[in-house]
Design a protein around this ligand. Structure first.
Ligand code: ATP
Ligand code: ATP
Ligand code: MG
Ligand code: MG
Length: 873
């Protein structure tokens, strides 16, 4: 078997509404060997992966997949089920999958759900190997497969603290995006409603406060001056200073780096000069400034305050083992480390105990060695500090905090000024006020770990991530989302996206736009190029000012990666026409319609699908719409529109020369068609359709009819407002139409306009993307010839075809067209444009279906047809 393509579809996609892994798999000779020809395969698979029994598959009951296997199914389908089960076995619960044969024999499209992308992909690779071995009767070592997958999981998963916040966000329905594969920097929500976290630091965590927490001496100063008990001490830069300080403070003392964490370099309970010297050496290795302070007797407590409220408290004990009267210390440590909760670093609930320099010192102090047998119930501490990261344990004591202690903790959070703060408090107990006991705050932590609260070794776990979400999104209904408008179809997407953005901006909204021309944030073009895929969507949704995202959704992005968002407020489906057929296993218009209707399927229940009622395939996509539907149509008498309006559905159509909104018995005039410049006084019917679609989308977003009217009135088909799309420029004695139609349906739409512009001769420059089918390029050539008197053909984007092949197919099509059109091939677009300008005479119309519009506008300026300052017509 051979994996031909393998990637994650990160949003709703052709195969599923949810993120899924796509694998194009060549099963080779196994095409002739379905599972029923492999003796004992069911028994073997059941032995390897007993839980596969749960897979219902198409049969619809447990054991269903095994029945299919028994009756006979192909290897690709088995890969799907194994990939799903492998993910379940490493703790990612997934169920959905589907395998479809492609147009090529032996090649299957295998699709299965994932939670973690890297794990999903790795599970697929392992599944292919397992299934190949199954079908060939080779050995399979399933436990090492699982171990490998767990490694992938542990390398990619968010740590428990970040995960607890992300989980709480997802429960609320807040979209979460990891902004960096290998860090805990996460975006919660979209656009202007988003919040960001990096582990347990939020976008609002105060930097000054962070600085205070980072400097233990400064912290003690801030708290001490406010009357909160802190250990007396000072900062030293030499051992002499430290010795002097210890004498002044009085032994026992603690020595630790001024700036540090995870208990590194901290030595406690120091009773004499010799120990102090050792401790100073350890601490000063980390930081040249060393704190010497009074040793406070008491147990280690961690108080977690979020948004000014104490939400959890834990008592922590340093890493230790308890003797059993038989085992050596080493054996006890090994046994402790076998606890499955103990992982490496912060990835797991508890951390493995590493025997280091500090441990050896403590063991020696207790007059023991690793070979000593520890008496029953005797506790041997292995670390001086209680950090979980060095193997410590924690007990939840949240419900045992005295109100005075609670008040003090919350006051500390205010004094330091941190929204999330972990307070390290040494005290005998939290059940009594601090002044009645030996107690002091030794430090406070910005970005504290949550592990000890989420899953304490003893006591109740606390869902502290939820508190972070409640702080960042105080309104319990808030899901951090902004309205997303997604526009798809074969033709008119960019125009409609720009128009919708314009309507919103005119109405005073802050808009982020991504389309095949550019990404625009507010009124600024931030990137130029083809931005119609999920990456572009993510870029817009990351922008902190954006109130509305208007996104062009092209076929390629849907097939390659899925949508870049899980749901949208408004989905617009403009039309389904022949273009791109033959790519990504989409060969028919119905398949293309299924691809584009992914956008309609992604419209949220409270949202609106805007559908072209004049296109039967668009109309049929209604079945995918969960929320409201608004129709648009050039034909006011269309049966589906009348019916929809009759049932009080909303429709935008044209009546008596005006764009109108209809619902029930109401008809509201939006604007006379002639007053909307983009319609070319009604001659560009395709742009009337686009204007209807844009009006419907704006209406669905709550814009008023008056807002829509103003927007349509002020949107010009000019190089400034809609660059390269139907820009008609009056160039003195001739006219120039710049456009980017590059499929037959788009040109058919354009030809109506071209034929209505009075002209002596119609001269065209055109090319086509090389990834279209031969027959499409041929008919495109024919269509160009039928519309013009003279066509200059060039080549801009061969996309894998040998140079000249694309243009020759266009030429062949053009020359096959009956009529008198002259055809000339000039490979470079610029040269072709120059030639066309040279050829044009008074009264001619130049139709430039080109990519490089800057060159053309330059030519126009050179001939003094365009004023230098503005590009608007
Ligand atoms: P972390 O980042 O994990 O909180 P840290 O490196 O910042 O650790 P501290 O919190 O200052 O270091 O100290 C670590 C531990 O050392 C404390 O939790 C406590 O157990 C002990 N400790 C620190 N200062 C004192 C003190 N004055 N008296 C007694 N024990 C202390
Ligand atoms: P692309 O797939 O290249 O990104 P698009 O869908 O974004 O195209 P536009 O760039 O808006 O479409 O328009 C491209 C051309 O298609 C226009 O210049 C026009 O010739 C034609 N066109 C625009 N709207 C329509 C429509 N509603 N129906 C048919 N043709 C259209
Ligand atoms: Mg600490
Ligand atoms: Mg486009």
């Amino acid at each position: 078997m051979n994996i031909l393509e393998h990637r994650a579809l990160r949003g709703p996609n052709y195969y599923s509404r949810y993120p899924a892994i796509f694998m194009r798999l060549d099963i080779g000779e196994l095409e002739d060997r379905p599972s029923d020809t492999i003796p004992g395969i069911v028994e073997r698979v059941t032995e390897l992966l007993p839980t596969l029994y749960e897979h219902r598959c198409s049969v619809g009951r447990a054991g269903g997949f095994l029945e299919r296997l028994e009756r006979g199914t192909w290897a690709g389908h088995v890969v799907e089920h194994v990939a799903i089960e492998l993910q379940n076995l490493i703790g990612f619960s997934v169920g959905y999958g589907k395998t479809v044969d492609s147009y090529d024999t032996g090649i299957y499209n295998v699709v299965y759900r994932y939670r973690d992308e890297a794990c999903g992909l790795a599970a697929g690779v392992e599944a292919v190997d397992i299934v190949a071995r199954l079908f060939n009767g080779d050995d399979i070592d399933i436990s090492s497969v699982i171990t490998r997958l767990k490694h992938v999981r542990d390398a990619h998963m968010l740590g428990p603290s970040t995960a607890s916040i992300v989980d709480a966000a997802m429960r609320r329905g807040i979209p979460c995006a990891r902004l960096d594969e290998n860090s805990s920097y996460v975006q919660l929500g979209h656009g202007c409603r988003q919040q960001r976290i990096q582990a347990t630091v939020t976008g609002r965590t105060n930097l000054i406060s962070y600085g205070i927490a980072d400097d233990k001496h400064w912290t003690k100063q801030v708290l001490g001056e406010a009357g909160i008990p802190v250990p007396r001490g000072c900062v030293c830069h030499s051992i002499d200073e430290a010795l002097e300080a210890a004498l002044d403070i009085g032994y026992p003392v603690v020595v630790k780096p001024l700036i540090g964490n995870h208990g590194r370099g901290v030595s406690t309970d120091i009773h004499d000069e010799q120990a102090l010297q050792e401790a100073f050496a350890i601490a000063s290795r980390r930081n040249s400034s060393v704190i010497v302070e009074r040793y406070v007797k008491g147990e280690d407590h961690r108080l977690l305050v979020i948004d000014g409220k104490l939400v959890a408290a834990a008592r922590r004990r340093p890493a230790h083992v308890v003797g059993d009267g038989q085992s050596t210390l080493q054996a006890l440590i090994d046994r402790e480390n076998q606890d499955p909760r103990r992982g490496i670093g912060h990835e797991n609930l508890l951390t493995q105990i590493q025997v280091d320099e500090q441990s050896h010192r403590l063991i020696a102090q207790q007059k023991l060695t690793l070979e000593s047998v520890i008496p029953k119930d005797e506790i041997v501490y292995l670390k001086p500090t209680a950090n979980l990261s060095t193997g410590g344990t924690a007990t939840d004591v949240t419900d045992d905090v005295h109100p005075d202690v609670k008040y003090t903790a919350e006051r500390i959070a205010r004094l330091v000024g941190l929204d999330i703060i972990g307070i390290d408090l040494l005290a005998e107990t939290l059940t009594r006020p601090l002044e009645e006991q030996s107690a002091a705050v030794v430090e406070v932590n910005a970005g504290p770990g949550f592990r000890m609260h989420l899953s304490p070794t003893h006591g109740t776990g606390r869902d502290v991530g939820q508190h972070v979400i409640e702080m960042l999104f105080p309104d319990s209904e808030d899901t951090g989302r902004i309205p997303i408008v997604a526009v798809t179809g074969t033709n008119g997407k960019t125009t409609t996206v720009r128009l919708i953005s314009h309507l919103l901006r005119q109405a005073g909204r802050s808009v982020g736009t991504a389309c095949t021309g550019a990404i625009e944030i507010d009124n600024h073009t931030i990137l130029r190029g083809d931005y119609s895929g999920p990456q572009a969507a993510a870029t817009v949704l990351r922008e902190p000012t954006v109130e509305y995202a208007v996104l062009e959704v092209a076929r390629g992005g849907i097939m390659r990666r899925g949508l870049g968002f899980d749901e949208c407020q408004v989905g617009v489906l403009l039309n389904i026409a022949s273009d791109h057929l033959g790519e990504n296993d989409i060969r028919t218009l119905d398949e293309l319609a299924r691809c584009k209707s992914v956008v309609i399927d992604a419209v949220r229940q409270e949202g609106t699908a805007v559908l072209n009622a004049d296109d039967p395939r668009v109309l049929a996509s209604r079945e995918w719409a969960r929320g409201d539907v608004i129709y648009f149509s050039l034909n006011p008498d269309s049966q589906p529109v009348r019916q929809h309006v009759h049932h009080h559905g909303v429709a935008f159509t044209v009546h008596d020369g005006a764009i109108v909104m209809r619902q029930g018995h109401v008809e509201a005039t939006v604007i006379p068609v002639v007053d909307a410049p983009i319609t070319f006084e009604g001659h560009a019917r395709f742009n009337i359709a686009n204007a209807l679609a844009a009006s419907a989308a704006a209406y669905a977003l709550g814009l008023s009819i008056a807002d829509i009217q103003l927007g349509l009135q002020t949107f010009h088909p000019s190089p400034g407002q809609n660059p390269g799309r139907t820009n008609l420029i009056d160039a003195g004695d001739m006219k120039v139409l710049i456009d980017y139609g590059h499929n037959v349906p788009a040109l058919e739409a354009l030809s109506e306009l071209v034929s209505r512009i009075p002209a002596h001769r119609r001269i065209c420059v055109a090319s086509a993307p090389g990834n279209r089918r031969d027959e499409d390029l041929f008919s495109l050539g024919g269509q160009l010839a039928s519309m013009h008197d003279f066509v200059f053909l060039c080549e801009t984007d061969p996309r894998g075809r040998p140079d000249g092949e694309t243009v020759n197919l266009l030429r062949a099509g053009a020359e096959s067209e009956p009529g008198t059109c002259r055809v000339e091939v000039i490979m470079k677009e610029r040269h072709a444009v120059d030639r066309a300008f040279d050829e044009a005479r008074e009264g001619d119309l130049l139709v430039l279906l080109i990519e490089d519009i800057d060159h053309a506008t330059e030519r126009l300026r050179g001939r003094r047809f365009l004023p230098d300052t503005t590009t608007d017509s």
